[in-house]
Design a protein around this ligand. Structure first.
Ligand code: ADP
Ligand code: MG
Length: 878
């Protein structure tokens, strides 16, 4: 504890002078009018343009943003938030607990860095959060004369491009990384949506840079898939027995086929050799056994619309766009008897690790970063600074309770819920799988407790947020899988933003239906009695809205959309929006009064009670769950209920512990054991290290490709922006190089000049007239012919009225770069697998991989020249 405080104070000390400076400027800016403030921000931009030094304007910029926030949102950044902002600007990770206001913190370095006009990206984990944060924080930026953009998954290229060109853009990690990959397959400059990278702030940075960084992002094209083999292999598993025919290595998620097993499979399939490279069966068999033994429905994946959708083991969140690679996904489809979808071929891929390192200036914020500090340092060169909380933390973390088995554990959880909720204290229970959530829900039913169940199958993240937001209401019991609704503010007594929206939606749709049914009179009298809790003005605005035909014709969904859009609008432009804005404001005022009382009631009850039902694979995820309570100095309690046969203990606890505890536990009563907690902590660390090692491996391998990817992407980029004339020159250069190489080659093989001429006649598709024995003359003659050929080709295209003639060279080069790169990627995947095997021969696989990669890449440039020229000579005018 002491050590912690010492550290905290050191970070405060480090930035104390700057914080004082900001506070001093604040006093000056308070006297400025709104226009003067904006004008001053422009002055800062000018000053930056002259000095190119952000540090010289940092204090003023932070102070002006703080003032803008106070005037637009009514929120004044706390001093600790200023420190958070300074840490972000110093390219570090700011660890700030949940509820400390990280969304607002980001506005400080964002506004500052926007002064450079080179763009700022604020990255969040889902579309909903991006849109929420942009709408709210956008008001501050607008006040300062800065533009904001928002990227959503449904957006067109044109809209993306426009939004990315803003001063500050809110976007998800997924969208921005895929836009990058797509940009690097563009054949025209106008299809490129991203400007060069500059500064990036990643919210929930551990989620993005660690949890999501387990698998690379892949752009893929489909290729032919041997569906029969997958089905046969799946059926075959019914004839194989664990330990006799195969061994399951649960820790490493791997399967080993025994000799007995190989024989059995060969017998059933009537094949000679499972490992025959011309007709390989072994990968299908292994995948089928993996699918059967290591992957379960509703744990590792769910089935949705006849598809397998991966559930992220760390977060419990579904990942609809991801697929397991190397045929595993197909094997699981076969096991579940679903349609088997095609295997795909990678056309572009990148890991988050290498993607985010493309930003010259990177930073991040999270409530839980410290335990992953080493990974952040090693891979991203990001250090983690712990920012003190604005108010002291009052959360009570009770010691773990350990039960002898699942049965006693879950019963104890249900019983505890029953006890706690009898006072009305709200409870949030974190589970690791959908199955367990549902099982607990059943148990709670037996106690007649009502609850909200939230698992990995949400209709959408917004709805998820809505439920989590209300987890702090009196008597609420919420069951949620890990990190569901992450980023959502749990306010004791309930969240009014969502409550207002819900209430207004109810009022509007309900009353509109009455009007449409032409029961105006009954409606007015019922409504007046029901709604008289609101002001007179509220009712009259509501009634006038109900006179508007355009409003009456909206469907319910459209009403909801209208509500949400209006809520986000900074200024309203028509009478319907205006009325709705008014109604929202009125309800907000009403609910605020109410909320204050409710908030106090729940505080008196002890705040939110968090129950963890299993230790997760990383301490971060546990801390994340605990951190959902005790927000901004609120009271709160957290406790974990564990069992000896929980996965983590079972796999990593070791037999000694198991035996010892088993002997101590005779009945259903729990145990609080220091030894066990210690062994759990070390088990957790083991799992964390293992996962880190896997990501590090992924990173190390991708790093080799990364340099090549950058070379290729830079080459592409420069071709996109090079004028056609210059490209033409390089194509002529390619041609001359190839002619020279071929001449040498032919000569070496003792071709006579006559034979050589014949070869080139074939290539150019015309007769060549050359009578001399001088090799140099021949070369020059061929150069000239090639140039003529190229000119003729262009002319041909022009005559056909094809304007692409001018860009002929560019398109051909780009298409061929892409083709080669794609082939290179497939080759590298193969090599990656091959070196894995080779490592048994005591060679370092990474080193081998690197060697092969360099060799192959070296040939790439030569291949490109050949392909381009070859294609050019063959290209037909359509
Ligand atoms: P975090 O992302 O750190 O968990 P949020 O950004 O979601 O926190 O903010 C949590 C709550 O704190 C929000 O309701 C926000 O409006 C509020 N908040 C943030 N900063 C301030 C401030 N300076 N003063 C008052 N309330 C604040
Ligand atoms: Mg947040």
């Amino acid at each position: 504890m002491k050590k912690n405080q010492l550290k905290k104070s050191s970070i405060s000390k480090k930035y104390q002078n700057l914080v004082n400076e900001i506070n001093n400027f604040e006093e000056i800016f308070q006297t400025f009018s709104n226009n003067e403030l904006r004008a001053h921000n422009f002055k800062l931009k000018k000053r930056y343009q002259e000095s190119k030094d952000l540090n010289s304007v940092i204090a003023e910029s932070f102070a002006i943003t703080r003032e803008a926030s106070l005037r637009t949102l009514g929120l004044r950044h706390f001093d600790v938030q200023l420190i958070g902002g300074l840490v972000l600007n110093d390219q570090k990770i700011a660890e700030m607990k949940t509820g400390e206001g990280k969304t607002l913190v980001a506005t400080l370095p964002a506004s500052l860095n926007a002064l450079s006009e080179k763009g700022v990206h604020i990255v969040t984990v889902n579309d909903y959060l991006a849109s929420r944060d942009q709408a709210a924080m956008g008001q501050i930026y607008k006040f300062l004369g800065l533009s904001t953009g928002l990227i959503q998954s449904t957006m067109s290229k044109i809209d993306r491009k426009k939004n990315y060109s803003s001063d500050i853009t809110y976007v998800t990690n997924y969208q921005v990384a895929f836009d990058f990959l797509y940009d690097n397959t563009a054949l025209n400059l106008k299809d490129v949506v991203l400007p060069p990278f500059n500064y990036c702030i990643i919210d929930e940075v551990d989620s993005v840079l660690i949890d999501e960084a387990q698998t690379p992002l892949i752009l893929a094209d489909n290729i032919e898939t041997p569906v029969d083999k997958y089905i046969a292999a799946a059926e075959l598993t019914n004839f194989l027995k664990s330990t006799i025919h195969f061994i399951v290595d649960e820790k490493n998620k791997n399967i080993i086929l025994t000799d007995e097993g190989s024989k059995q499979v060969e017998n059933i399939l009537q094949v000679q050799d499972l490992y025959d490279p011309r007709e390989p069966w072994i990968p299908y068999i292994i995948n089928a056994i993996k699918a059967k033994t290591l992957f379960s429905n509703n744990v590792h994946y769910i089935i949705q619309n006849n598809r397998i959708v991966i559930v992220d083991e760390f977060t419990g969140r579904i990942m609809p766009d991801r697929r397991w690679s190397d045929g595993l996904h197909q094997a699981i489809e076969a096991k579940e008897q679903l349609p088997i979808r095609q295997k795909s071929e990678t056309s572009a891929a990148i890991t988050y690790q290498n993607f985010f390192l493309l930003y010259p200036k990177l930073s991040g914020m999270t409530g839980t970063g410290k335990t992953a500090e080493i990974e952040f340092e090693k891979i991203y060169k990001l250090s983690v600074d712990e920012i003190p909380t604005a108010r002291p933390n009052l959360r009570k973390d009770l010691p773990d309770l350990i039960f002898k088995d699942q049965f006693s554990k879950w019963n104890a959880i249900a019983k505890t819920c029953n006890q706690i909720s009898s006072t009305g204290q709200p409870i949030l229970i974190g589970t690791t799988t959908v199955e367990k959530s549902e099982m607990l829900a059943e148990l709670l039913k037996e106690y007649n407790l009502s609850y909200q169940l939230l698992n990995a199958k949400p209709e959408n993240v917004r709805r998820e947020s809505e439920i989590v937001a209300q987890a702090g209401k009196k008597s609420a019991i919420t069951i949620a899988t890990n990190m569901a609704g992450r980023g959502t503010d749990i306010i004791l007594g309930g969240n009014i933003v969502f409550a207002v929206e819900k209430k207004l939606y109810e009022i509007l749709t309900f009353s509109r239906n009455y009007i449409l049914l032409k029961k105006k009179n009954i409606f007015e009298s019922t409504l007046k009695t029901q709604l008289n809790i609101y002001s007179q003005k509220f009712l009259s605005v509501l009634f006038s809205l109900l006179q508007e035909n355009t409003f009456l014709q909206l469907s319910d969904v459209e009403v909801l959309r209208l509500l949400r859009e209006t809520d986000k609008m900074l200024s309203v432009n028509n009478s319907i929006n205006c009325s709705i804005k008014f109604l929202i404001n009125e309800l907000t005022i009403y609910y605020k009064k109410h909320q204050q009382q409710e908030n106090q009631v729940v505080k008196n009850l002890g705040g939110l009670y968090i129950i963890g039902t299993e230790r997760n694979d990383s301490r971060r995820v546990d801390n994340q769950l605990r951190g959902r309570c005790g927000r901004q100095g609120d009271p709160g309690t957290s406790q974990f209920f564990l069992s000896l046969d929980d996965n983590l203990l079972r796999l990593f606890g070791g037999p000694k512990i198991q035996n010892l505890l088993q002997s101590q536990m005779t009945d259903d009563s729990p145990l609080e054991s220091k030894l066990l907690t210690k062994s759990l902590n070390s088990a957790q660390q083991k799992v964390e290290e293992r996962a880190y090692q896997q990501r590090k491996d992924l990173f190390d391998y991708d790093d080799i490709l990364n340099q090549q990817r950058q070379t290729i992407y830079n080459a592409r980029q420069s071709i996109l922006v090079t004028p056609p004339m210059e490209i033409e020159r390089s194509i002529l250069g390619y041609g001359e190089q190839i002619i020279t190489d071929s001449l040498l080659e032919l000569k070496r093989n003792n071709f006579s000049n006559k034979q050589i001429i014949a070869v080139f006649e074939n290539l150019f598709g015309k007769n060549l007239i050359f009578n001399s024995n001088d090799l140099n003359k021949l070369k020059r003659y061929l150069f000239l012919e090639f140039w003529r050929f190229y000119e003729a080709k262009k002319l041909e295209l022009a005559i056909h009225g094809d304007t692409t003639g001018e860009k002929l060279g560019q398109t051909i080069i780009l298409i061929n770069i892409d083709r080669l790169w794609r082939e290179h990627l497939q080759q590298m995947t193969l090599i990656r697998e091959a070196v894995g095997w080779r490592s048994y021969g005591q060679q370092n696989p990474l080193y081998e991989y690197k060697k092969e990669a360099f060799k192959m890449f070296y040939d790439l440039a030569k291949d490109l020249r050949h392909l381009v020229i070859y294609e050019l000579l063959r290209s037909e005018v359509l």
